[in-house]
Design a protein around this ligand. Structure first.
Ligand code: COA
Length: 382
């Protein structure tokens, strides 16, 4: 892909005004996995950095986790569900082949007749969905979009395959995407909302390479290989991965895509305050960060506790970073995802003001601890 590519985001200024997160309560440690698989805590930590992950109780689906995260994002932004024009859910573990998981999330959150669709772009789904939301709001097509990354990957993993089972976890994260300065309540300029120093979402680099289709996939259950007794017996409805090739792809593409989005937006690597990469493997992140020449302190990770939560990983990280006081208004933030397809996507943004809804309800607001999101990201259920 050429570095010229698309221009930075233009049109109305767009930003993230609310964050929400939810992970299931059940913790599965590496030692738990070592009881049922030929693996060890030491191997998993050394090769991936992961210590534990969350697994949803039986009966819960991706939308169930997504609904809780979405409600929290709406409350955080201080907007009503009825003001949402569109719900986009990014997931690799949708509730069903059809209809879209987003439709249930929109309905249960009370988003009225908002449009609702899913994005399927592997673990890059959240960045793709954010780009669709930002483009829609910037152009004026929509005013307020809810983007939800929701996963119950435990349902699509082969728990007998140690090369994949150790990597993933369940969880959900959500953001509200609005016109800068328009929240709470679409279209109503809020006098206490300070947007100084915040350009909001600046631009994206999205890409894909279908030649890598076979490297990370669920072979059966779609129209190419419909589900049958034979496919179930052959365990082809579970995720399959060529770990080594995906590893090489990921370490290469992170640096390339990050460089492109910075160039398009006319910004420099050393201006970045916080880098939030997709949480696949700490070795991948470390290698990419070294290539980028970025200080490790600028990188946010949560895979140690949650594993690879696919489309939920970036919004979960944003909630965690805010709760830890690592997101400040005006900070330059780089989000970067990669995954099946193969796909990749980067987003550059100046962090704005979130948590106006919580501030209004007497909760801690930006830079004051972000208590609401700490609670959710800790996995304790409300
Ligand atoms: N426990 C113990 N041993 C394991 C193991 C496990 N969970 N999984 C694989 N092994 C073994 C292999 O069988 C192999 O044994 P062998 O040498 O006797 O054949 C050995 O460990 C090395 O396997 P290899 O696949 O080369 O390991 P690796 O260092 O590449 O690490 C991954 C494997 C999966 C951790 C790594 O390739 C990776 O992270 N890839 C990217 C995956 C990813 O991020 N996917 C999602 C993208 S969104």
């Amino acid at each position: 892909m050429s570095a010229s590519g698309p221009a930075p985001l233009s049109g109305r200024p767009v930003t993230i005004t609310g964050l929400g997160a939810h992970v299931p309560a059940k913790v599965v440690t590496n030692d738990d996995l070592a009881k049922v698989l030929d693996t060890s805590d030491e191997w998993i930590r050394q090769r991936t950095g992961i210590r534990e992950r969350r697994v949803a109780e039986a009966g819960l689906s991706s939308s169930d986790l997504g609904i809780t995260a979405a409600r929290e994002a709406l409350a955080d932004a201080g907007v009503s569900a009825s003001s949402i024009d569109l719900v986009i859910t990014a997931t690799i573990s949708p509730d069903r082949m059809m209809p879209a998981t987003a439709a249930r999330i929109a309905h249960d959150c009370g988003c009225g007749n908002a449009g609702a669709y899913d994005v399927s772009a592997g673990c890059t789904g959240f960045v793709y969905a954010l780009a669709m939301a930002a483009g829609a709001v910037a152009s004026g097509l929509h005013n307020q979009v809810l983007v939800v990354g929701a996963e119950t990957i435990s349902r699509i993993i082969d728990w007998e395959d140690r090369s994949t089972a150790i990597l993933f976890g369940d969880g959900a994260g959500a953001v509200v995407v609005s016109v800068c300065g328009s929240s709470p309540g679409f279209g109503v300029a809020h006098s206490s909302l300070d947007t100084r120093g915040s350009g909001g979402i600046l631009g994206f680099d999205l890409g894909g390479d279908g030649a890598g289709e076979e490297l990370l996939l669920i072979p059966a259950g779609g129209s190419r290989l419909p589900a049958s007794c034979a496919t179930v017996e052959a365990r082809q409805h579970f995720m399959k991965m060529n770990g080594r090739e995906v590893y090489k792809f990921a370490t290469r593409v992170i640096a390339q895509s990050a460089g492109r989005v910075l160039e398009r937006c006319g910004r420099e690597m050393d201006e970045i305050d916080l880098f939030v990469p997709h949480q696949a493997n700490l070795r991948i992140i470390d290698a990419a960060v070294e290539k980028l020449g970025m200080a490790k302190e600028k990188v946010y990770t949560n895979l140690q506790e949650y594993g690879n939560t696919s489309c939920a990983s970036i919004p979960l990280c944003l909630c965690g970073a805010r709760a830890e006081g690592r997101l400040h208004q005006g900070d330059l933030i780089l989000l970067m995802g990669f995954g099946a397809g193969l796909t990749w996507g980067s987003c550059l943004m100046e962090w704005g003001q979130t948590g106006m809804g919580r501030a209004g309800r007497g909760h801690a607001s930006e830079g004051e601890g972000g208590a609401g999101n700490t609670r959710a990201a800790d996995g304790r259920r409300d």
